[in-house]
Design a protein around this ligand. Structure first.
Ligand code: PMP
Length: 360
């Protein structure tokens, strides 16, 4: 068996030990005589898996008691609609911060449900930075302020938490969820799809302050009403059981690594290997402002784009896959989520040096 270094932006590489445990438990989960996939979501076995996944997540992120943790379906793109449906709460408009492709998608979708005030945007600089909070034109009557805490395509990440006063802060954390400690109490709502740092596609995690739910727009589908889901322990509809099981195993793995502080330290070490190299060469470049560079997704370009295909081909031949940048921006992108070992990043940098030496 050969496992490659998989730099995919998502679905993405998972810890090998988690995959091995899932394989061991595939046919017979702990003497139950069945696979987790085959279990009733109302049975005691799955209820214990679900409860344990939530307990671990709460412990790792130190989620305060007055927050609900929901395991839903639909992914972050569905949340782009579900958030305004639930969070407008009778108010007219919401503030959005525009930092790139994923913010733009959120803004476009929210406009179907209410007014959107784009309170700040980094469009002018080609989405290579996070606008400083001093420049934000926030509306004190806004229902909430929405940010994308890590732009997966642009490689732009918030390394600070905005201060939105009494207006709830809402974050799409899809691509940096569980990559570092977060002070959940600073947010009204956090959401993210699982398929980067915590498991297979199919489960969406929503962490929401309990006083903000229960005022969904009447058109809100019941399965997407946070209050209804919270009252039913995320089992108003059949939850994505297998994805929740794997997420639970990944949470255990994070705890074994020493928790989120240790995960963050490791992520910083890994990203530094790549960013430090990008500082030393002009053959490759990353356009993002230094203080806003993502620890999770590192886009980089070759100055001579005619070499892109040769670079990717050589990477494939060396067992480094999925380095092609998003179709909207081109170039390369290395996604180096929690489960990417530092050896993968070191191998990539060694290859970048080799490629530059033979083509530079
Ligand atoms: N937001 C961000 C920041 C993302 O990275 C993604 C997926 N790449 C999404 C939203 C959309 O997620 P999904 O396709 O699971 O709905």
């Amino acid at each position: 068996m050969t496992r490659v270094f998989n730099f995919s932006a998502g679905p993405a590489t998972l810890p090998e030990s988690v995959l091995r445990q899932a394989a061991d438990e595939m046919l017979d989960w702990r003497g139950s005589g069945m696979s987790v996939m085959e279990m009733s979501h109302r049975g005691k076995e799955f209820i214990s898996i679900h409860a344990e996944a939530e307990r671990r997540l709460r412990e790792l992120l130190a989620v305060p008691k007055n927050y609900k943790v929901l395991f839903l379906q639909g992914g972050a793109i569905a949340e782009n609609a579900i958030v305004p449906m639930n969070m407008l709460r009778g108010r007219e408009s919401a503030d959005y911060i525009d930092t790139g492709e994923w913010s733009k998608k959120s803004i476009k979708e929210a406009k179907k449900y209410g007014k959107v005030n784009v309170a700040a945007s980094s469009e002018k600089d080609g989405y290579t930075s996070v606008p400083k909070q001093e420049s934000w034109k926030l509306d004190p009557r806004a229902a909430y302020v929405h940010i994308c805490s890590n732009e997966t395509i642009g490689g732009v990440e918030y390394h600070w938490t905005p201060d939105t006063g009494d207006v709830p802060l809402v974050a799409d954390m899809s691509s940096n969820f569980m990559s570092r400690p977060v002070d959940v109490s600073r947010y009204g709502l956090i959401y993210g799809g699982a398929q980067k740092n915590i498991g297979p596609a199919g489960v969406t995690v929503v962490i929401v302050r309990d006083d903000l739910i229960g005022q969904a727009l009447p058109i809100t589908p019941s399965a997407f009403d946070y209050k209804i889901q919270a009252d039913n322990d995320s089992m108003f509809n059949t939850p994505p059981t297998y994805a929740i099981y794997i997420a639970g195993l990944v949470f255990n793995w994070i705890a074994q690594q020493g928790g989120l502080a240790a995960i963050e330290a490791n992520n910083r070490r890994k990203a530094a290997v790549l960013y430090d190299h990008l500082e030393t060469t002009s053959f490759f470049y990353n356009p993002v402002a230094r203080e806003d560079r993502s620890l999770m997704n590192v886009p980089f370009k070759l100055r001579d784009e005619s070499l892109d295909d040769a670079f990717l081909k050589g990477a494939d031949a060396r067992g480094m896959l999925q380095l092609k940048g998003h179709r909207s921006v081109g170039g390369m992108r290395a996604s180096i989520y929690n489960a990417m070992p530092i050896e993968g990043v070191q191998a990539l940098v060694a290859y970048m040096k080799e490629f530059e030496a033979s083509h530079g």
